[in-house]
Design a protein around this ligand. Structure first.
Ligand code: C2E
Ligand code: CA
Ligand code: CA
Length: 411
């Protein structure tokens, strides 16, 4: 008996939920009662397992899309809630490729065992092993390459200027990681940061990023000191960190050690985190960041407006800057909704006395509108793309000369 459309199924004792060989379109969470999973055999049914309230039955067929390997029937009066294919499919697709493959293997092994007990009838449908494998191999390969890349010094920091909109002076830089991949060329972080986060390698990458910032920031500061007219002091360096970093017990100490070792003042460093960090583990992330903020370090919420921070949550977070996501800046002049989101964020920031950085400014018109709306800082291709260290040093040196046309364009 199949009940794919119903989201709740009532079975009397002895009633069958499904048979071996049925196409599965739902799994069932047992709310009350219990079931036997069994193989019908000539000499009497072989009970493979029993399932009680709180357990799931029929999950394998919807996890690997193959027919049921065994039958299930109620041992007593039983109530089940259906979990449909649709509810599961997208979740499985979004799962890490390695986990997906392992899941496939575990299910298959179990099916093999069931088939052995039942004389091999159900195993006849060949397993679809191949499609999962390349994705998992790619992922494992990429993880290995990231590890090697760190050893072989293939990563590089690029720096993008952040500008005080009113004075057009250089206020700071955001450090953005790049990978000089031996065969694939220069890779943007979008192609490896998610993998690094999923595998835990992000900790190694962040350690490298912070070390690199520690190495180059004193040089940038020295150049800035000889070009004070171009600089909105104190020049800061923004570094992206993920929730995984903050959860590492050694992260805080590592950062404090770095400041001590390099002589970098906390006010010259800013950590950029996303709102999701506070959703997942609000207490812990907030307390780690509060300690940094109290030491004088900047804490910015990145991509602000894309997450779910409510006004009341925001006021409790230890942040010193909001960064408006570049999607809003991009659409601001064409789309009233984006503009009103930017206005709302700016109003909110004003109430909380937080400076705002608008990301992704590409046109003089956007910069001008943002300045009029009260935005303090801007970042985007209009002021400069992310560039390597040497070019960043040149940027400071040439800032005033190069900034004139930019300023004129805005006037
Ligand atoms: P993000 O923190 O939001 O960084 C800003 C991204 O916007 C950068 O992309 C930058 O190149 C791009 N961008 C800046 N101005 C403009 C503009 O005017 N127009 C357009 N279209 N794009 C602009 P990038 O460098 O590819 O970095 C992507 C994301 O990767 C970053 O987004 C950040 O979330 C992450 N990321 C970068 N470096 C690191 C890192 O060292 N550690 C971690 N954990 N994440 C990093
Ligand atoms: Ca950022
Ligand atoms: Ca951002």
């Amino acid at each position: 008996m199949q009940h794919p459309e119903l989201d709740r199924v009532h079975l009397r004792a002895g009633e069958q939920l499904f048979s071996a060989g049925d196409v599965g379109t739902a799994a069932y969470l047992i709310e009350r009662g219990g079931l036997d999973i069994y193989l019908p055999q000539a000499g009497g049914d072989v009970v493979l397992a029993t399932r009680e309230a709180g357990e799931i039955v029929g999950e394998m067929a919807i996890l690997d899309g193959r027919p049921r390997s065994a039958a299930a029937r109620a041992r007593e009066d039983t109530v089940l809630v259906a979990i449909t294919e649709q509810q599961i499919a997208q979740r499985i697709d979004k799962t890490d490729a390695i986990l997906r493959m392992l899941l496939g293997v575990v299910i298959e092994r179990y099916r093999d065992t069931v088939a052995l007990l039942g004389g091999g009838a159900v195993a006849a449908a060949a397993p679809e092993r191949v499609p999962m494998c390349p994705a998992a191999l790619d992922l494992l390969g990429l993880e290995r390459e990231i590890r090697f890349g760190l050893q072989r010094a293939e990563f590089e920091l690029f720096f993008q200027p952040i500008v005080r909109l009113r004075s057009r002076k250089l206020a700071g830089f955001e450090a953005l990681i790049r990978w000089n991949h031996p065969t694939r060329g220069l890779l943007a972080p979008g192609s490896f940061i998610p993998v690094a986060e999923a595998s835990g390698l992000i900790g190694n990458l962040t350690t490298w990023v912070l070390d690199e910032v520690g190495r180059v920031l004193p040089d940038l500061m020295t150049v800035a000191l000889t070009h004070v007219r171009a600089i909105e002091a104190p020049l800061f360096m923004s570094v992206n960190v993920s929730g995984f970093d903050l959860a590492r017990p050694c992260f805080s100490q590592g950062l404090l050690d770095l400041l001590e070792r390099t002589g970098i003042h906390p006010s010259n460093l800013k950590l950029e985190v996303t709102e999701s960090l506070f959703l997942n583990e609000p207490g812990r992330a907030a307390s780690v960041l509060a300690a940094f903020r109290d030491s004088g370090m900047g804490v910015a919420i990145d991509d602000f407006g894309t997450g779910f921070s409510s006004l009341s949550t925001l006021s409790t977070l230890p942040v010193t800057t909001l960064k408006v996501d570049r999607a809003f800046v991009n659409f601001m002049l064409r789309d009233a909704k984006s503009r009103s989101i930017v206005e709302t964020i700016l109003g909110l920031a004003e109430q909380m006395a937080l400076p705002v950085v608008a990301e992704g400014i590409e046109t003089a018109a956007q910069a001008e509108a943002l300045l009029e709306m009260g935005c303090d800082y801007g970042q985007g291709y209009l002021f400069g793309r992310p560039v390597p260290l040497a070019a960043s040093i040149d940027l400071i040196r040439d800032w005033l000369a190069d900034a004139e046309p930019r300023v004129a364009a805005l006037a």
